[in-house]
Write a protein that binds this ligand. Structure first.
Ligand code: NAG
Ligand code: NAG
Length: 465
């Protein structure tokens, strides 16, 4: 057919220098393309991302990495880590079908999901809602066919994005084939931003770690349930067990009969600043200790172990810049939690009942209020102990499995309101277990691996109607 003859003739049409320049051109093209890709690819650890403008924090530096290692990390982790051939079949929940009928009713506080999504029950959630919410988001989470795609807009503080997204990946592992397709916006900074008054004509759906009754922001479990590697806080299951164990080292009678707080007072929190004035065990029955995380990191976190902070009969909870992740650890102690009237709510705190599983402290007359609570508790030790125990029991019932159930129901109810079919956004990359581990440093890897989830043998708890 003349193939051979054509083939043998070809070199005569392409002089060597043409081939050489063609190669050079291709090599340069490849080089610039790769270079372009490296400088454009936004990553879970914050490459090519600025801090959020609504909460500026020091930009991350990747200076310690050499250019080559940075390039291979960005390309390798972002584009080559997720096996494209593996597709998780949808609705393959045959393993769990048999148990559906016996699934338990969800805890009372799951009712908040309805309240949080109520603003969209009539209007439903349109693509326009999502795109408007993007203005306040650090990243966009899209689940299609059981795969997770994330579009990054801004960097998050420390490893918040990594651990939050890891949690969503674990949800997909826990309930394979069950998590519906969804498209949602997430902000990883502390303060709620979608004011109910200002956005009353068009409520915007934005996920974050906390909310208030005056905001539309939708609360979602914070990253520390999967670990906070920078300050050595382990995944929730491990941390809860060790705090509970530590709390047993002293009986109620042997616990120090004053109120204790240890934390960082320098977080623009008026209540924490005021708390410093109560540091007097004689006058106010309170001991207020400053936590220096930089110093702690140097000495291996020996003095900041949460399991060793349950030696006092009373533990104070004071909000930080917004809500504080410390609430769960304080309740886990089983001491009487003295909660200074919070302005912010996280996904589970709405399930707490005053004088049942904590003692409310009004924000005014702070020191005298703390003293009055301690004096009451010391005069009524069995009542105080019972409330402390109820707080600990509440946290024990909030197992990581329950947290996945909350995430499952929140995402499912949100998905039901979408009036569009979610698709992978062109600029979003797939994120999978391996791509997160690929970006993680050694310490993060340890924490992530310890919080890996396994498929649930049963269905999620059932949301009461
Ligand atoms: C919400 O916006 C209104 C009107 O601008 C303002 O008066 C109110 O203080 C804001 N609420 C919060 C919680 O920021
Ligand atoms: C509170 O008082 C104790 C004991 O006097 C002291 O060791 C501690 O540093 C004080 N805390 C703060 C935050 O100053």
């Amino acid at each position: 057919m003349g193939i051979l003859s054509r083939h043998s003739r070809r070199p005569s049409f392409l002089p060597r220098y043409v081939i050489f320049f063609a190669f050079l051109f291709l090599a340069l093209l490849l080089f610039f393309e790769v270079d372009n890709l490296i400088s454009q690819t936004k990553t879970i650890v914050g490459h090519n991302l600025e801090p959020t403008p609504w909460h500026v924090f020091p930009a991350k530096s990747f200076d310690e990495e050499s250019t080559v290692s940075k390039a291979s990390k960005i390309i390798g982790c972002s584009y080559l880590s997720c096996p494209s051939h593996v597709t998780i079949p949808q609705n393959s929940n045959s393993a769990s079908k048999s148990k559906t009928s016996e699934s338990k009713t969800c805890p009372e506080f799951f009712r908040s999901i309805r309240y949080d999504l109520e603003p969209w029950t009539k209007s439903r959630i349109s693509m326009n809602h999502v795109m408007e919410a993007q203005k306040f988001a650090a990243f966009r989470v899209v689940i299609v066919g059981g795969k997770l795609f994330v579009d990054f807009y801004y960097a998050c503080v420390q490893s918040r994005a990594m651990f939050t997204i890891w949690g969503i990946l674990q949800l997909l592992r826990r309930y394979p084939g069950k998590v519906p397709d969804v498209d949602l916006m997430f902000d990883c900074m502390d303060k709620p931003i979608i004011n109910r008054t200002e956005h009353s004509s068009m409520p915007l759906p934005l996920f974050r770690y906390c909310t208030t009754p005056h905001h539309f922001d939708i609360p979602f479990p914070d990253w520390s349930f999967w670990g906070w590697s920078e300050i050595n806080i382990r995944p929730w299951e491990e941390e809860f067990k060790s705090i509970k164990e530590g709390s047993k080292s002293r009986s109620w009678i042997r616990k120090i009969p004053v109120a204790y707080w240890k934390g960082n007072p320098d977080v623009v929190s008026p209540i924490r600043t005021e708390l410093l004035n109560c540091n007097d065990t004689q006058m106010w029955r309170a001991q207020i200790m400053r936590q220096d995380w930089a110093e702690e990191a140097k000495v291996g976190f020996e003095k900041s172990k949460l399991s060793k902070q349950c030696n006092h009969r009373y533990k104070i909870y004071a909000e930080g810049y917004a809500w504080s992740v410390s609430l769960k650890y304080i309740l886990a102690c089983g001491s009487l939690p003295l909660i200074i009237s919070p302005q912010y709510q996280d996904f589970f705190s709405r399930g707490l009942i005053p004088k049942k599983n904590y003692w409310p402290i009004p924000p005014f007359e702070l020191c005298p209020s703390i003293k009055a609570a301690v004096d009451w508790g010391n005069a009524n030790p069995s009542e105080a102990e019972a409330i402390g125990k109820a707080g600990q029991d509440f946290m024990e019932s909030l197992s990581i499995d329950r947290i996945y159930d909350y995430m499952y129901h929140l995402i499912s109810e949100y998905a039901k309101l979408q009036d569009f079919v979610p698709v992978q956004p062109p600029s979003a990359l797939e994120i999978c277990i391996d791509s997160v581990l690929c970006f993680a440093d050694d310490k993060q890897k340890q924490f992530l691996k310890r919080s890996i989830a396994f498929p649930s043998p049963g269905s999620p708890c059932s949301l009461s109607r």
